[in-house]
Design a protein. Structure first.
Lengths: 328, 299
């Protein structure tokens, strides 16, 4: 920043200024060298692919032959493609079905962990464990727990004398299994983040509420939740992005449950948007359409991130008004 | 202090207050038990699939398929592993994964700390704009560029090679942002200044002053990168096209897809792919978890 202020040197010496500025810039070369790798890598492997994918989505290309320009053709096909809309609807069902209970549960867990109790460290490790292990291995384990023929889940139902469920063959059960996997993997992670948020709330606020005679529930809704709002926003946005780009779970879980490969099981009931993108680009070698799907997903994710953000902000406004009214 | 003294003073002649105190204690004990039951149940559900993985990896496929379901581990682990090593080159995939994860961790630690040190402790023209630009790259979604990234790799001739897994992520915004926080908090300006007066240049100061003081942040970033690389699946699935040269996750997936009738064997493979990572996590768990949480709060 300092170099840009060299314009203020007296006019008589202005002829020498550019030279001096260049020399000064040169004297910073170690710093520029230190930060350069990130920017070069981002240009090559971050920015370029994104720009290139816009171009690809206007073309028809199988990766080897000639590229044909089709204008908005891929997007026109996308809008009328029932398989794409099936994938969108599946993704939404799994995303909402997992995110809502998961975040509630995480908040509750964080609230319990925040009480001064023993074994807090051990609980945290146990809750976080699902998040650091590979989804491929865990999808294989879930596949066997929910296997139609020999799985633990159906074994339990049989033991109860209840009817067995086609966890990996029936449309609704496939989605439920995927929802359970997402909840299992991410509840602990979100709980740990909420816990950190809780620990950052000044205890004076709780003390003041207690002095005012507020009940535990009242303290939770009027102190804890409002103070956690930025953290909640963070978890909602990460859950949205993660939920909308669900891939490994359906791809591995439903690999052996019938239907075509990489199609989300029977009736494509577990087909998600990213799985469909993978299917079109890397099993059908339709690179143009794959890119168009990617951009459609990006658009959907951007819209929902904005909605999330506005919702949380509006609530904040509402809560402010409510507390102001209560204060009167 | 005076408050606590007052509280411990016995309130004679106020039996109502005493009863209230006792019931409060009892309620909080019941409450504490309820809290532990809730937490322990959730912890059990979190850990159960790992137990189940162990139970199945140690049973024969016939035992797994049997009814009633066998809930305890068996003694067939050796047999399963022997079958496994006959069917796929899991050992090779394991070594490949260790190599890729280690190389990534070391390179990320190096490039990110170098950039973080420059951003945290030096002024140079354009610094603020460049840092905002760096933060803006957080907003770029990864799944957007699977197709073009694959094409780029094929142009570079990197398809099927480890370069494709290591090079694109060698320096990343997350690590630079994180280490810059660490550097700003833990490296005193006076030390950097002292090094400059002693005639040490930027890189000497980096090696002798910054690196030792960034140990904590570097350890976290290293473990984080190692875990992320170990678990990465989509990108290796796309780019590691050579069946002879796989990483653990893709080898495990093809094992699951091809040999899905031999469950005991597939489970043994899954167990082998999970155990080293759990060990790494448990060693650094406390540090790791609090850094993840702190990162989320700042972000």
């Amino acid at each position: 920043m300092a170099a840009t202020t060299t314009a203020t040197v007296p006019a008589t010496r202005s002829a020498a200024a550019p030279v001096r500025r260049r020399r000064r810039l040169l004297s910073y070369w170690p710093q520029y060298v230190a930060i350069a790798p990130f920017y070069l890598l981002f240009l090559a492997f971050g920015l370029f692919p994104i720009l290139f994918s816009i171009y690809l989505s206007f073309n028809e290309w199988d990766g080897v032959g000639e590229m044909t320009f089709v204008g908005l053709g891929q997007y026109q096909y996308l809008v009328a493609d029932p398989r794409f809309w099936n994938a969108v609807s599946n993704t939404f069902i799994i995303w909402i079905g997992s995110t809502v209970p998961m975040l509630f549960l995480a908040l509750l867990l964080a609230f319990l962990l925040h009480q001064s109790i023993r074994f807090k460290g051990a609980y945290r490790v146990a809750f976080f464990l699902p998040n650091v292990t590979s989804m491929v291995a865990m999808a294989i384990v879930f596949g066997s727990v929910f296997s139609d023929s020999f799985g633990l889940a159906n074994g339990f139902l049989r033991w109860l004398g209840s009817q067995e469920i086609g966890w990996l063959t029936e449309s609704w059960a496939i989605k439920l299994t995927l929802v359970l996997m997402v909840i299992w993997r991410w509840t602990g992670y979100n709980a740990i983040i909420y816990l950190a948020g809780l620990q950052a709330i000044p205890t004076e606020l709780y003390d003041a509420a207690k002095v005012d005679g507020a009940s535990t529930w009242r303290i939770f809704t009027s102190v804890t939740v409002p103070m956690l709002r930025p953290v909640i926003l963070f978890t909602v946005i990460t859950s949205t992005i993660g939920g909308l780009s669900l891939f490994t779970e359906p791809q591995v879980l439903l690999a052996n449950s019938g239907g075509n490969e990489n199609s989300g099981g029977p009736g494509e009931a577990g087909m998600t948007i990213v799985l469909y993108q993978y299917n079109q680009a890397f099993t059908q070698f339709d690179f143009g359409y794959g890119s168009a799907i990617a951009w459609a997903l990006f658009l959907i994710a951007a819209v929902f991130s904005i909605i999330n953000w506005r919702l949380v902000r509006e609530r904040e406004g509402l809560a402010d008004r409510r507390t102001r009214r209560a204060g009167r | 202090m005076s408050g606590t003294i007052l509280d411990t003073t016995p309130r004679l002649g106020d039996p109502g207050q005493q009863r209230a105190d006792r019931s409060a204690v009892r309620r909080s004990l019941a409450g504490r038990i309820a809290i532990h039951v809730g937490l322990a149940l959730t912890a059990l559900i979190s850990v159960f699939p790992f137990y189940w993985l162990v139970a199945m990896a140690t049973q024969s496929t016939a035992e797994i398929f049997g009814y009633p379901t066998r809930l305890l581990p068996g003694d067939q682990f050796g047999v399963n592993v022997a079958n496994l090593l006959d069917s796929v080159d899991l050992l090779g995939a394991l070594l490949n994964t260790i190599f890729v994860a280690l190389a990534s961790a070391v390179l990320v630690m190096f490039f990110d700390s170098l950039a973080a040190f420059a951003f945290a402790k030096f002024d140079f023209p354009g610094k603020d704009v460049l840092f905002v630009l760096l933060l803006a790259t957080f907003l770029v979604p990864g799944s957007l560029s699977l197709v073009p990234s694959f094409i780029l790799m094929s142009w570079l001739g990197w398809v099927g090679g480890f370069e494709a897994l290591i090079v694109p992520g060698m320096a990343n915004a997350f690590g630079i942002f994180l280490l810059r926080q660490f550097a700003a908090a833990s490296i005193p300006d006076s030390l950097v200044e002292a090094a400059r007066i002693d005639g040490a240049g930027f890189f000497r100061t980096y090696v002798h002053v910054a690196l030792p003081m960034l140990r904590g942040g570097l350890a976290f970033l290293g473990i984080f990168t190692f875990v992320a690389q170990w678990n990465d699946y989509v990108w290796p699935l796309i780019v590691m096209v050579d069946p002879q040269r796989q990483v653990l996750q893709t080898a495990l997936q093809s094992l699951n897809a091809i040999y899905n009738t031999d469950y005991g064997m597939v489970m043994a493979g899954a167990l082998i792919s999970v155990v080293p990572l759990i060990v790494v996590f448990l060693v650094g768990a406390r540090h790791f978890i609090s850094n993840i949480a702190a990162g989320a709060l700042k972000g």
